[in-house]
Design a protein around this ligand. Structure first.
Ligand code: 4HQ
Length: 447
C-alpha cells in the first residue's frame, strides 16, 4: 500500500511515522509513505503557496497552480484515489477505513490556511473526509490518522494473533475493559482512597465464561455510552439473553385524569373522553407496549372506559380475524389479548401496585409534561437518553400522561424521570394528550 501526502509541512508527517506498528511496516516495505510539497511546484521568486481569497475577508487560501501540480505528481496517471481532509467532508468510519485499505494507492491532500479553492476540489479530488467535528490548523494530522487506521488492515502490519477476528465479532460495539497485574490497585482520586480489584471472572480460567463476560461488558458500555451505535447494532440471541427483555414490551402507558391541574393551577379530576380511549389504545398497540391504563377515581368513568374498550376491541378483533363469525377461537384469543391492553385503575398508586404484583418489582415511573418546571426533583431525559437508561434497567416502565393542564406533579412522588416537553415549531404549544403521547412513543420506539 502506498500513501502520498500532499503538504507544505512534510516535517509534520515524516517523524510521526517512524515508531510503532506503522514504523515497522514502513521499514519492512509493507507500506510506503511519500510527501509531495506544493512549494516545489512554485514558479515565482518567493515560492508562494498561498493567495488572497476572492471576496476578501481574513486569512489566505492555498495557491491553485502549485497545489494542482503537486496533486498531479502525487497521483500519477491514471490518478490514484485522491482524498482531501476537511471538516466539511464525510465523517470517517471504520467501514470506510477498511474499504480504503483495499485500494493500492491513496493521495492525502492537506490544506493549510483557510482551505483550498473549490475548483481544485471539483477538478482533482475524489473524496472529502473529516476525522471529526473540530477544527485543526491543517489536514496533516487527519492524513496521519488515515494512514494509521488504514495500515492496520494491510496484511502483515499487525501481528497475526492481533484483533481482526475479535474486532469483526465486536464490530460496531465499544471494547470491553482490560486488566493486567497487580490484582489489587490502591490509590486516591479527588482525595478519596480507592482500592480497585480485577473482576474475579477474569481469573477463573474458564474461557467461555470470560468471553461471555467480555461480550456483555461491550454491550452494556455501548448501550450506556453510545446509544447511537447501540441502536444500529445487531444482537444475537445469546447477546439478548444477557440483557433485560425489550423495553417496549414492559412499557405501560397511563392516561391520568387525577391528580391534574386546571388552567388556574387548581387540582382537579378531568373528564374521560372517547377519543383518548381509542387513540391512545391504538398507539399502545401500534408501538407494541405492554398495556394502556386509564386512571380515574370516578367509578362511572372507569366503567365507561372498560365498556368502550370492550366494544372497540371486539370490533378490532373481528376485523383482524377477517370478519370471521364472533366467538371463534381466534376472536376469543385476540379479544383476550386486546383486553389486557386496556386497563382501568382508580389512582396512579393502584397502577403501581398492579405492576409491582405483576413484575415482582416496582416500575420505573416517567412523568411527561408540557411545562419545563414540573417535577423539579426528577432528572430530565430526552427520549434517546431515557431509552439508553431504561433499556438496561430490568424494571417495567410506566409512562404517565396528564390530562387537563397537566399532571399535578407534587402529588406524584413516585416519578423518577421526566421526559423533556415536546417543543413544536411555534410559541403556541397545546398538543392534545393523544398527539403528545403518539409523538413520544414514536421518539422512543418508532423505527
Ligand atoms: N482541517 N478533519 C482546516 C480539519 C480537518 C478535520 C483540515 C482544518 C483542512 C483547511 N480535516 N484545513 N476536522 O479540521 O479533517
Amino acid at each position: 500500500m502506498k500513501f502520498s501526502v500532499v503538504t507544505i509541512l512534510p516535517e509534520l508527517i515524516e517523524p510521526a511515522l517512524t515508531a510503532g506498528v506503522v514504523g515497522r511496516a514502513r521499514e519492512a516495505g509493507t507500506i510506503t509513505v511519500e510527501t509531495v510539497n506544493p512549494r516545489d511546484f512554485t514558479t515565482d521568486r518567493h515560492r508562494s503557496v498561498d493567495d488572497n481569497p476572492y471576496g476578501g475577508g481574513p486569512g489566505m487560501v492555498m495557491k491553485v497552480e502549485p497545489l494542482l501540480a503537486a496533486i498531479g505528481k502525487a497521483a500519477g496517471d491514471p490518478p490514484a484515489h485522491r482524498i482531501f481532509l476537511s471538516p466539511a467532508g464525510t465523517p470517517l468510519t471504520q467501514a470506510r477505513v477498511k474499504a480504503l485499505a483495499a485500494l493500492p494507492h491513496l493521495v492525502l491532500v492537506c490544506g493549510r490556511y483557510e482551505g483550498i479553492d473549490q475548483r481544485v476540489v471539483e477538478l482533482a479530488i475524489d473524496e472529502e473526509l473529516s476525522i471529526g467535528d473540530y477544527v485543526l490548523s491543517g489536514g496533516e494530522l487527519g492524513a496521519l490518522v488515515i494512514i494509521d487506521a488504514v495500515s492496520r488492515f494491510i496484511p502483515g502490519v499487525l501481528g497475526e494473533a492481533t484483533s481482526t477476528d475479535d474486532e469483526s465479532h465486536a464490530a460496531g460495539m465499544l471494547e470491553y475493559p482490560q486488566y493486567t497485574r497487580p490484582p489489587t490497585l490502591t490509590g486516591t482520586k479527588n482525595g478519596e482512597p480507592l482500592e480497585l480489584t480485577v473482576p474475579a471472572v477474569l481469573s477463573s480460567g474458564n474461557h467461555a465464561v470470560i468471553a461471555a463476560w467480555r461480550r456483555s461488558q461491550s454491550i452494556l458500555r455501548t448501550a450506556q455510552r453510545r446509544p447511537d451505535l447501540f441502536a444500529k447494532a445487531t444482537l444475537s440471541k445469546a447477546d439478548r439473553k444477557g440483557l433485560p427483555p425489550s423495553l417496549r414490551e414492559r412499557t405501560h402507558l397511563a392516561l391520568v385524569h387525577h391528580p391534574c391541574t386546571d388552567r388556574t393551577g387548581k387540582i382537579v379530576t378531568t373528564s374521560l373522553t372517547n377519543f383518548d380511549i381509542h387513540d391512545l389504545a391504538r398507539s399502545t398497540m401500534t408501538y407494541g407496549l405492554a398495556a394502556y391504563h386509564i386512571v380515574t377515581p370516578i367509578t362511572a368513568h372507569r366503567e365507561k372506559a372498560a365498556h368502550i374498550a370492550t366494544l372497540w376491541l371486539e370490533d378490532e378483533a373481528n376485523r383482524e380475524a377477517g370478519g370471521a363469525p364472533r366467538k371463534s377461537k381466534a376472536t376469543e384469543a385476540s379479544r383476550a389479548n386486546a383486553l389486557r391492553l386496556v386497563r382501568t385503575a382508580d389512582s396512579v398508586e393502584a397502577v403501581l401496585a398492579e405492576l409491582t404484583a405483576e413484575y415482582g418489582t416496582e416500575p420505573f415511573v416517567v412523568g411527561t409534561s408540557a411545562r419545563p418546571e414540573s417535577f423539579p426533583s426528577a432528572p430530565r431525559r430526552s427520549p434517546s437518553e431515557l431509552l439508553a437508561e431504561a433499556s438496561l434497567d430490568p424494571r417495567p416502565m410506566l409512562l404517565l400522561l396528564g390530562t387537563g393542564w397537566g399532571l399535578a406533579d407534587a402529588l406524584i412522588p413516585s416519578v423518577s424521570r421526566v421526559l423533556a416537553p415536546i417543543e413544536g415549531a411555534s410559541d403556541w404549544n397545546h398538543l392534545s394528550v393523544r398527539s403528545a403521547g403518539a409523538i413520544l412513543l414514536d421518539r422512543l420506539f418508532g423505527r
